[in-house]
Design a protein around this ligand. Structure first.
Ligand code: IPE
Ligand code: MG
Length: 260
């Protein structure tokens, strides 16, 4: 039961790209579409459509800022509780995005992966997702992961269930389950852990996004609503990230002692 379902590179990608981000993995909770629409007296659906335009801008900006992995939260397993009309609009967003952008993503070396449960999605939507993954499977310049019908807890449960099944069928032994092996069973298996998790819109919660993966991520909260998000906000978040000291539970030499 080795990790890495899809054979992608482990850990940070080799450095050498231009830009402030240097092969970073940035994850974003795309939030605030509804409030953006409300402020303009528009239906929430138009907020979600504007949010797709933001995603397009942000993917381009990320790549220019040296980010190599971008993971965005599009639809959570909890979002099914919204009114049916809104759920229908949200379900239509991947089509809206890939219809206009898949050819460009493919051409520009972006590999697309959609995280989360496929059960519950319409056959049409599953087909759109699979097409996006298939057509970009050979790319490795930039990795875009879209969490859709995703919940961090659900993803952990699904991974645990897969491992339990492997044990029950004699394909794995309990003692083989390490943190690394378990990470490989998540829908993010094979991807490096996010370095930076950004949540715009003023909310300061993780909301069941990348629970396992963000164990050592830095968090940046920004007050801008997602439909207004753009390159300058991403740049500011990365600059804030670069001021953080990451210790991964370790310690750095005591400055006073080190100075003698
Ligand atoms: C983000 O915007 C889109 C999804 C969560 C699917 P919201 O719809 O959550 O917008 P607010 O939080 O109501 O403003
Ligand atoms: Mg919200």
């Amino acid at each position: 039961m080795a990790g890495g379902k899809r054979g992608e590179p482990k850990g940070a990608a080799p450095s050498g790209e231009a830009g402030a981000g240097q092969s970073l993995h940035v994850a974003i909770v795309m939030d605030g579409n509804g409030r953006w629409a409300k402020r303009r007296g528009l239906p929430r659906t138009l907020g979600h459509r504007a949010g797709v335009e933001s995603l397009k801008r942000t993917v381009s900006a990320a790549s220019e800022l040296g980010v190599r992995w971008l993971t965005v939260f599009g639809f959570s397993t909890e979002n099914w509780s919204r009114p049916a009309a809104e759920v229908a609009e949200l379900m239509a967003l991947p089509k809206r995005y890939f219809e206009t952008d898949l050819a460009r993503l493919e051409r520009e070396g972006v590999r697309v992966r959609v995280l989360g449960r496929r059960e519950g999605l319409s056959a049409d939507l599953v087909q759109i997702i699979e097409e996006a993954e298939r057509r970009t499977a050979h790319n490795d310049r930039f990795f875009l992961q879209v969490a859709f019908n995703y919940g961090g807890q659900a993803d952990i449960v699904d991974a645990a269930r897969r491992f339990a099944e492997a044990v029950a069928e004699g394909r794995a032994r309990p003692e083989e389950l390490t943190e690394g092996a378990f990470a490989g069973l998540l829908s993010t298996g094979g991807a490096p852990a996010p370095d930076l998790v950004i949540r715009p819109s003023g909310e300061r919660r993780l909301s069941n996004f990348l629970l396992w993966e963000s164990a050592y991520a830095e968090f940046v909260f920004q007050d801008v609503l997602w439909p207004d998000y753009g390159a300058e906000h991403l740049k500011a978040a990365i600059e804030e990230f670069q001021t953080r000291e990451r210790r991964y539970g370790g310690a750095v030499a005591d400055d006073v002692l080190a100075a003698g």
